[in-house]
Design a binder for this molecule. Structure first.
Ligand code: ADP
Ligand code: MG
Length: 567
């Protein structure tokens, strides 16, 4: 090294830059939110490392971010004294997108800019948003603990490549200078910057400072007013949002805080903020996102809460506090009971974290219950995350009944395939004499809807839930009942609907059975080993015959699943 070098951006970064500049132009001031958010993360990370090595503070422990501008040069500079980056980190963080599944995601984009720009929001906006207003960005950074001459300068015009050069930087941290595009002069104004910070970054827990000019001493009404020196002054509240009183926090503040911790660029669907005192002492602030992230089904994808201990940031993506079926929940957990030196390993097997997990899961479920009171909102939640929630009964036995109440299904009650029937709705509509909840599992909604198994239920006017998601077979295996009523597959033997029939029908059925007994015998002889039994059934009204499995045998659906898994 020692010299300036040029590096190419990862292909996906180029694509992201293109889409972002076009789709976010109408909302361009969010670049400031993103850069301040990064500075705040960098302060959190430094504070965490300094817990075990206070020399990293280099006698400068007042963490803050400063914003300044130069009208003549037409530049805006955001500088922090957080953790900083070394050369390898600059290359990986400011030259690539380090998320598992990124390549696959980008290869699926359609090329239609307006559609793609909606999808791309799932990536969060991040550092690259600087290029919405800047045609050149210079980053000068030194990692805490490294020598002044081990700093790096990164520079790019946001097209194909960036340059890297070694520099000397005395102050630890990161300084980002935006060379504003033609026409973006509005950001060269104290008022504009201050109002943007107040709008988007008031919740940031470190001070966001701007320079305030000093005043000379002067005479006023015969009195001398002393000179004030110029100084840096915070323009935000600079207190961690979750530590404030609920009643003092506006919806907008909650929403902006969500964007900061989730790196999502849309508003959350709902949130729940709770302080717990007593045996356990913690604060949680949980959010339900609007949209599922593109990597929700990726096993390596990160999820979990942002963990703080006594307001000190400890780690991102602490997954110990949320079961996997609630992995879409985002939020912050601040515990006073965990030690500051807590690690992922300690969290794994720890009484405090177990009780926090219980508390957080229950908060999250309560938040969903509340959301369910608004059917329209809940439907939009269900369409995004319902399949994940269906993993719940198998994973979380203690909360089975509560989770079951949150499930929604397609049903013969409706025309369409929308999953919007709650088990409680079903139970409320059950016929006189009906004891069980009936369901049918099939490969697709269409297959379910046209299944001959439904004929007798249609005839008797009994509702059947139509299940066709991959997870459904697994779900019903772990959900034997709801509200004291058994869930029963209509495709299994031993279905006895006779309680719902009148005497006349029963007698007629008996006659039919006697009349067809020999026919059934002949079928059985002809089919031989291919079937266990052939029975005269009253299940069908239009179809002449159908295949059923024994009550305690695997369903045909499960057999297919096992076959496709190579068993
Ligand atoms: P995200 O914040 O979602 O990780 P960004 O694009 O905003 O994505 O930032 C990418 C990465 O660059 C960050 O995760 C961080 O590692 C690094 N980074 C950005 N800004 C700073 C900064 N001011 N100080 C230290 N690291 C930074
Ligand atoms: Mg960021």
């Amino acid at each position: 090294s020692g010299q300036k070098q040029t590096h190419g951006f990862q292909a996906e970064v180029k694509q992201l830059l293109q889409l972002m500049i076009h789709s976010l132009y109408s909302n361009k001031e969010i670049f400031l939110r993103e850069l301040v958010s990064n500075a705040s993360d960098a302060a959190d990370k430094l504070r965490f490392l300094a817990l075990s090595d206070s020399s990293l503070y280099e006698n400068d422990g007042e963490l803050r971010v400063r914003i300044s501008f130069d009208e003549k040069a037409r530049t805006l500079t955001i500088s922090d004294n957080g953790i900083g980056m070394d050369e390898a980190e600059v290359i990986s963080h400011l030259g690539t997108i380090a998320k598992s599944g990124t390549k696959e995601f980008f290869s699926k984009l359609s090329g239609d800019q307006s559609k793609d720009s909606k999808l791309i929001g799932q990536f969060g906006v991040g550092f690259y948003s600087a290029f919405i207003v800047a045609d050149k960005v210079t980053v000068r950074t030194r990692k805490a603990g490294l020598a002044a001459d081990s700093a790096v300068e990164w520079e790019s015009s946001g097209e194909g490549d960036y340059s890297l050069a070694p520099i000397v930087k005395n102050e630890r941290g990161t300084e980002i200078t935006l060379h504003l595009r033609e026409g973006e002069d509005e950001f060269l104004s104290r008022w504009k910057i201050e109002s943007t910070v107040t709008k988007y970054s008031d919740h940031i827990s470190i001070p966001v400072e701007m320079w305030e000019e000093g005043t000379e001493a002067r005479e006023e009404d015969g009195e001398t007013i002393a000179a004030t020196p110029g100084h840096w002054k915070a323009v935000n509240k600079a207190t961690a949002l979750w530590t404030r009183d609920k009643s003092d926090i506006s919806d907008e503040e909650y929403q902006e805080f969500y964007k900061h911790i989730s790196h999502d660029w849309s508003e959350p669907l709902s949130w729940s903020h709770n302080k717990v005192e007593g045996n356990s002492n913690y604060t949680s602030l949980l959010y339900v996102p609007k949209k599922a992230p593109f990597d929700m089904w990726n096993r390596e994808a990160k999820h979990g809460l942002k963990l703080y201990v006594q307001r000190v940031f400890i780690m991102d993506d602490a997954e110990q506090f949320m079961p996997s079926y609630l992995r879409f929940i985002k939020g912050v957990l601040d515990s006073s009971d965990l030690p500051l030196n807590v690690s992922r390993e300690i969290l794994q097997d720890n009484k405090v974290s177990q009780s926090l997990r219980k508390g957080c899961s229950s908060r999250a479920l309560k938040m969903l219950e509340k959301l369910a009171k608004d059917p329209e909102q809940y439907q939009s939640f269900w369409n995004e995350f319902g399949q994940v929630l269906k993993e719940g009964p198998a994973e979380d036995h203690n909360n089975k009944e509560q989770i079951a109440a949150l499930l929604r299904f397609a049903s013969t009650q409706n025309e369409g395939s929308e999953q919007n029937v709650a088990l409680a709705d079903y139970v409320a509509r059950m016929k006189e004499g009906q004891d069980d909840i009936y369901f049918l599992v099939a490969d697709s909604f269409e297959a379910a809807k046209h299944s001959p198994h439904l004929e007798v239920f249609r005839k008797k006017g009994i509702e059947v839930l139509l299940l066709s998601d991959r997870i459904d077979e697994w779900l019903v295996q772990h959900l034997p009942e709801f509200d004291g009523k058994k869930l029963r597959s209509v495709a299994k033997g031993g279905l006895d609907l006779s309680k719902l029939d009148d005497e006349e029908t029963k007698q007629a059925q008996q006659k039919t059975e006697e009349a067809f007994a020999t026919v059934a015998e002949r079928f059985k002889a002809a089919l031989g080993d291919q079937v266990k039994d052939v029975k005269v059934s009253h299940r069908l009204t239009d179809s002449p015959a159908c295949v059923v499995t024994d009550e305690y045998d695997m369903s045909t659906q499960m057999i297919k699943l096992m076959e496709s898994a190579g068993q």
